[in-house]
Ligand binder design. Sequence first.
Ligand code: GUN
Length: 310
Amino acid sequence: MSATILDGRKVAAAVLERVRDRAAALFERTGVRPGLTVVLVGENPASQVYVRNKTRRAEEAGFVSRLVALPADVTRERLLAAIDELATDRSVHGMLVQLPVPEHLDPREIQRAVPPEKDVDGFHPLNAGRLLLGDDDGLVPCTPLGVIELLDHYGIPLEGRHAVIVGRSNIVGKPLLHLLLARHATVTICHSRTADLEATCRQADVLVAAVGVPGLIRGGHVRPGAVVIDVGINAIEDEAAGRDLLEGQARRLERFLAKGRTLVGDVHFGEVREVAGAVTPVPGGVGPLTVALLLQNTLQAAERQLGECG
Ligand code: GUN
């Protein structure tokens, strides 16, 4: 059996089209375009790629998109002042500080400085609490929202199903737990101390990997016919790892060997696609959805700030 490949790019394009249309309608009614500002501290190459992608997509959707780039040695006070300035700027409806930030800065303090109504990452404690309580007036982290969007697009049922999440991060695992519970799934979270990861994963109807360990989930972790969602985005350079994880993907392996670097997920795609009913690829799975849902969150924030129902 070979699994259905869940095409995140296609689903993201559908979300972006919806967002573009709604943003255009908002502009017609109010004369205001949604504004997204991304703050980048330092020059982390991966963050630079992510941030460029976010700002470019925002422009394409008809948003007012801004990047505030601060040096790696920016002081805590200067960064908090920059956040405060954006917090009071009425043309900025959504804002985020790209993570990770340099060691001398405290990400928790930064997340608390972003006003909850502009917190399009959904990382502020108030938004985390609203999600936990099932309130629908908060902002929800983009990657877990993207996972649900993908499952819904493909008509994958959740009610009464067993979802197993591997990874307990504040950005993915924990918020996804609440979204899946709200959809009446039975949810298990696994992590580095889980006693028998393979056996627990094999119970899943829907298995979500979000730990940042290349190829952790192998064929043996998957019940035949299960749906497997790979949230991991890991850069690898080791040749033996590349040969293992790109097994059965001859063209990708060839490009990796030429370039010496590639991106893989937390799922061993070659093994899992032989067992699963459906699986997301990396790249082209959950990644594109994260950005699309960030724009949807920004639009929702703008609608609310402009006094629309959103
Ligand atoms: N770094 C990796 N993922 C994210 C994200 O979703 N938001 C922010 N702000 N930084 C990140």
